[in-house]
Design a protein around this ligand. Structure first.
Ligand code: 1CP
Length: 333
């Protein structure tokens, strides 16, 4: 059993495995080197040789316990034939959504479009660098994907005023997403993904009243599906106010918490394995502060099954030396 499985399945509290969201990415000079020569981000994700190499880059430097496949949650709308571009200093920009086209899409075409992602997972899971480590596959949660597909840009930039207006459109997209997310998850697992993480980065946009329709119910269906594949599933509903409600209803194997959530409150309320929490900005300070904050999370969760991670993705300005210090500290704890 890998360390992550020991925590997620056996609820082992004697170890503290570590991996970091966005561990393969822009804070690593070797990634920026590849990215410079590959200006089309989608094409890069669809190049299994390069995407598997990028996935393994952080494992060559640091003793992480997992590899997360270098891809993106927006590969799904891309595979549903919605145009997706990544504009420099702006983020993703999506094209118009054509539901008629989407309804004609068949499973085989979808799988074919994403086959380089599945090949990359296969290459990574068979590589020696992931021996006794987990290969993590992932998807965006239906709600977060819906947000990008309708809004066509990051809500960080602006959320359309009439976002919630067309309920029939919303429901059609949600049911399409349910079908294709399951296909995407299945193919990742069949090719070597041993854990699935569901990213709901924009769950915090909703109030409690709307969570059942858009977050709880559609995510529960996916979580139940992943369980039938005998693979543990970790959910990251960033920004929800009530993590306990979320866990009680959605019942993932592990819950990843964001950096605005009080870890002491989580420890008191939540019984399932916990992951993450520390503010990524701590890695931009100094070793003294980093040591103190890291120790804080490890101390709080010392008798609770806990996977060390941050409360959101590692920031591009992070010094890899600080990451090195963090990993060693967690391992020596
Ligand atoms: O080099 C570049 O300009 C591309 C930057 C980049 C990278 C490295 C994007 C564009 N995506 C990725 C990889 C990525 N995205 C991974 C790879 C594996 C790893 O973690 O190492 C993962 C898991 C994601 C997931 C993802 N993409 C999420 C969920 C997690 C989160 O950060 O909240 C979201 C919301 C996205 C959308 C997306 N893709 C890229 C960007 C810049 C964004 C965010 C846009 C926004 O702010 O709304």
């Amino acid at each position: 059993m890998t360390p992550l499985h020991k925590v997620l399945i056996n609820k082992d509290t004697t170890i503290n495995p570590i991996w970091i969201m966005r561990q393969a990415g822009r804070y690593l000079p070797e990634f920026r080197e590849i990215r410079k020569k590959n200006t089309d981000f989608i094409k890069l994700c669809l190049n299994e040789k390069l995407s598997s190499e990028i996935t393994l880059q952080p494992l060559k430097r640091f003793d992480f316990d997992a590899a997360i496949i270098f891809s993106d949650i927006l590969m799904l709308p891309y595979a549903l034939d919605q145009k997706v571009e990544f504009k420099k200093n702006f983020g993703p920009l999506l094209g118009d959504l054509n539901l008629n086209e989407i309804s004609k899409l068949n499973e085989n075409d979808f799988i074919k479009k994403l086959s380089p992602v599945y090949k990359a997972i296969n290459l990574v899971s068979k590589n020696n660098l992931t021996k006794n480590k987990s290969t993590i596959g992932f998807v965006g949660a239906p709600w977060t994907l819906l947000v990008y597909m309708i809004n066509k840009q990051s809500p960080k930039v602006k959320l359309k005023d009439n976002f919630y207006q067309d309920k029939s459109l919303i429901n059609k997209i949600l049911s399409t997403l349910d079908k294709f997310l399951k296909i995407h998850i299945k193919n990742q697992v069949e090719n070597g993904a041993e854990i699935i993480q569901i990213f709901d980065s924009w769950a915090g946009l909703l109030n409690e009243e709307n969570l059942p329709n858009y977050v709880y119910n559609p995510t529960l269906t996916l979580v139940d599906y992943v369980k039938t594949l005998n693979v543990p599933v970790i959910c990251f509903p960033r920004g929800v106010k009530n993590y306990k409600n979320y866990c009680d209803i959605v019942k993932p194997d592990g819950i990843c918490i964001d950096y605005e959530t009080d870890p002491n409150k989580i420890l008191k309320e939540i019984k399932i394995p916990v992951q993450g929490g520390m503010d990524p900005k701590i890695l931009l300070t100094d070793k003294e502060i980093l040591k103190k904050e890291t120790k804080k999370y490890l101390d709080i969760f010392k008798d609770h099954p806990y996977i060390f991670n941050l409360g959101h993705g590692v920031l591009p300005e992070t010094d890899p030396n600080m990451m090195d210090y963090l990993v060693k500290m967690v391992k020596d704890y």
